[in-house]
Design a protein around this ligand. Structure first.
Ligand SMILES: [Zn+2]
Length: 209
């Protein structure tokens, strides 16, 4: 285990102690179901959800993601609204890794994949005691900038969208723990909400090891 509690913080909502690494920006409080973003001396509280997992026999770890509601409009170069017949017509939310994904061009991007398959996992309620997420480093603002990038990428994979007017408005954000099975021998992480498998190298450091 290389998790070292180097920060002693208090949840602004319920006064429970929080701990994390000095590089973390987001801390989770299972006592009140909050994710606390600390940024430039201010704290901001977001709802915390932990997704229900398909069972696994191996080690389960929780990786943090931002989930944001989005409103999308796509107009072709003639100004015709083509949103309803585009590949993003049914996309209501964008998922973005709250950890810094390591070399996504090489190892894949679980946030993009959750978005593309329109993942809508159920969440555990109440939050089980003692569940802990890997530290989050990407702020809500940083994550929200990916919404348009991901939507444009999804459109572009279907057809060239040069000249299209793509607008993405980001609504309320939530902080989610997504369960992954960790295969230590093969160094794989598999999304237990029914998604893909990734090289464990998507995380530069595996804090649970
Ligand atoms: Zn709390």
């Amino acid at each position: 285990m290389s998790v070292i509690s180097v920060m002693e913080l208090i949840c602004p909502d319920c006064r429970s102690p929080l701990s994390g690494l000095s590089t973390d920006r987001i801390f989770t409080c299972a006592d009140c179901g909050s994710a606390i973003l600390l940024h430039e001396g201010r704290s901001e509280v977001f709802p915390l959800h932990m997704a229900v997992a398909h069972p696994t026999s191996g080690q389960m770890v929780w990786l943090p993601f931002w989930r944001m509601a989005v409103a999308i409009s796509v107009a072709d170069p003639d100004g015709v609204d083509v949103t309803a017949r585009s590949v993003v017509a049914q996309v209501t939310h964008v998922w973005v890794c709250a950890f810094f994904e390591h070399r996504p061009a090489c190892f894949g991007n679980p946030g993009f994949d959750l978005t593309a398959r329109r993942a809508a996992p159920d969440f555990l309620t109440p939050l089980p005691r003692g569940l802990s997420l890997c530290g989050g480093a990407r702020t809500a603002d940083q994550a929200s900038r990916y919404a348009r990038v991901f939507i444009t990428d999804m459109l572009d994979r279907q057809k060239d969208v040069t000249g299209y007017d793509i607008r993405v408005t980001v609504g309320p954000m939530e902080y989610w723990g997504i369960p992954f099975a960790f295969d230590k021998e093969n160094r794989r992480l598999t999304d237990l909400t029914g998604g893909k498998s990734y090289s464990a190298s998507i995380l530069e450091i595996l804090p649970w090891e």
